[in-house]
Design a protein around this ligand. Sequence first.
Ligand SMILES: C[S@@+](CC[C@H](N)C(=O)[O-])C[C@H]1O[C@@H](n2cnc3c(N)ncnc32)[C@H](O)[C@@H]1O
Length: 271
Amino acid sequence: MVRSLLKKYGIQGGSHDQHFLVDNRILERIIEESRIGPEDVVLEIGAGVGNLTEKIASKAKKTIAIELDPNLVDVLHDRFGDHEEIQIISGDVLEVEFPPFNKVVANLPYSISSPVTFKLLRYDFDLGVLMYQYEFARRMVACTGSEDYSRLSVATQYYADAEIIMKIPASAFSPPPKVMSAVVKLVPRPFPYKVVDESFFFKFITAVFGQRRKKLKNSIMNNSSKLGLNKEDVKEMIIQLPQDIIDKRPENLSPFELADIANGLKDIKQL
Ligand SMILES: C[S@@+](CC[C@H](N)C(=O)[O-])C[C@H]1O[C@@H](n2cnc3c(N)ncnc32)[C@H](O)[C@@H]1O
């Protein structure tokens, strides 16, 4: 099936993160987990030869398939050019404006996992079923205090509930990648805690997780200029923050506690 499509169009993959999902059972499970119904408008990123696209389109009201590689865009037009319910967008996912959609289902290009995920999370949608490199997926869903807990965990969980629903071996792809993969289910929801200044919060998370083994108060001091704080004032500011929190390492602080400190710093900054 998928292998014969690759053969028919002479597609070998390898460049542009091209690892095509050839295991039909996994394609079917992704579709099942996406619970696509006749009202759904589904965005697919990196449609490749359309192996997932055709399964999505058989259930959805509309499918929007984005693909960067012009050879693969030609394949998609050849296969689906006369399907009105499939919109093919030729271009870089990081550059194109997404038309409205309510679900996103994709085997993502792994090298742009982070920017593409955070671009997506700024759109309004109900459900994402997305394939990532396994290690990246583990960091997205990691809990406070775990080895994988990172800036990515806090940022992902700021926007959505995230869960690994499948672990996929390299043998499911052609050509096989060098890494294991995982499918993550993302359910966007309102922010679960108050953040006074989103852009300052993300700057703060990036700075303190850059020094995840240092006590928070020390990484705030070390990063004062990056955070736009006057170094001279930082010592004084630190005294006003909850000591039980700033004495811990960032890796042991929940997103809520980190937001609390970012809000505190922002308040002090504005005094
Ligand atoms: C992992 S493959 C998935 C292909 C296919 N959907 C599948 O499941 O077999 C990733 C796809 O993303 C495409 N791609 C890579 N970078 C891209 C980008 N910046 N924008 C859009 N598509 C991209 C690649 O050409 C490739 O078709």
